[in-house]
Design a protein around this ligand. Structure first.
Ligand code: Q46
Ligand code: ZN
Length: 302
């Protein structure tokens, strides 16, 4: 039996899997994430959320390929890459693998130091750029990420604590396509971290349990812990906080205008850029790397 206090219910394994599919279907429908027949690219890390969302999309009949980006974070990257590749191989799925040290000549820990950025900032910028570019280059209709309810509530909490209205205005489970950016969607926003982990166990999905070593001391983790304390005392608060914001708060903060209205094109990589050279290419340069000299390797379907 799986006990979900925020829903005041218990589920047997089969009904729990159905519950997860229903929550994803509801999110996709409610926020108009993916239309039948569209092609999705899933940003795969080898962790529970990205593998769960890939599995859930396929089970719901969507066409979905994966992209794994190796960040050069020592053993963590090697092992997470193996989980991603094994998942794809065992199911005959198409997974592209892009190794940052190999293709761009830097890794996140040393590159971030050289560029004087905190690792998660260099990492986030790298991943956003490479996933966006792969989705555009591959002609995918949507880029899917495995952000769950806990992730989104923690980001919202952090943005509210500092009243970062610019970030709040953009916080939504769907970002539309436009000016060189792909449409981005988060189908797991109605599922908690505990629920995606239970889904993986029930579906026999082997995932990387270990957290990234760079996450230690991350502010985001502190926000998650604080919200978990509140949730424990008052089940359902996390979902009420996040969905209440989407229903009643987000609209008040929405700014008119196109997010890429003032963007040009990066001289080096052709991606949308606010300056002559985009933030990613500047990071590559400062991290001591070089521009890409190899394409992603495709594994899985053989
Ligand atoms: S992988 Fe990258 Fe995360 Fe590691 S360096 Fe930070 S952002 S914690 S999702
Ligand atoms: Zn660029």
């Amino acid at each position: 039996m799986i006990d979900l206090r925020r829903h005041n219910s218990n589920f047997c394994p089969d009904h729990f899997v159905k519950f997860c599919r229903d929550q994803v279907a509801r999110a996709i429908d409610e926020f108009e994430m993916i239309q039948p027949g569209q092609r999705a690219l899933v940003a795969v890390s080898g962790g529970k959320d990205s593998l769960a969302v890939w599995d859930l999309l396929l089970e719901s009949g969507y066409e979905a390929d994966g992209l794994y980006v190796g960040l050069g974070i020592a053993d963590y990257s090697d092992t997470s890459g193996e989980f991603a590749q094994r998942f794809a191989r065992d199911r005959g799925l198409r997974l592209q693998v892009l190794d940052v040290p190999e293709s761009y000549g830097y890794d996140i820990p040393s590159g971030a130091r050289a560029a004087r950025r905190v690792p998660c900032s260099a990492c986030g910028l790298t991943k956003r750029h490479l996933f966006d570019q792969a989705a555009i280059d591959g002609g995918y209709d949507v880029l899917v990420t495995g952000h769950n309810l806990d992730d989104e509530a923690a980001v919202l909490f952090g943005n509210v604590l500092r009243w970062q209205t610019e970030y709040l205005a953009r916080q939504h489970p769907v970002l539309p396509e436009g000016d060189g950016f792909p449409k981005k969607v988060k189908p797991l926003v109605r599922l908690s971290e505990r629920e995606t982990a239970a889904y993986c166990v029930l579906r026999g999905i082997d995932y990387m349990v270990e957290e990234c070593p760079m996450a230690v001391g991350n502010r985001h983790l502190g926000y998650k812990e604080a919200l978990n304390e509140i949730e424990l005392a008052s089940p359902g608060t996390k979902a009420a906080f996040y969905f209440g914001f989407l229903q009643r708060g987000a609209e008040l903060l929405r700014v008119d205008g196109d997010r890429a209205a003032e963007l040009g094109v990066c001289e080096r990589c052709g991606s949308p850029a606010g300056a002559a050279i985009c933030a990613f290419c500047r990071l590559v340069e400062r991290a001591g790397g070089h521009t890409m000299d190899s394409r992603p390797v495709e594994t899985g379907r053989q």
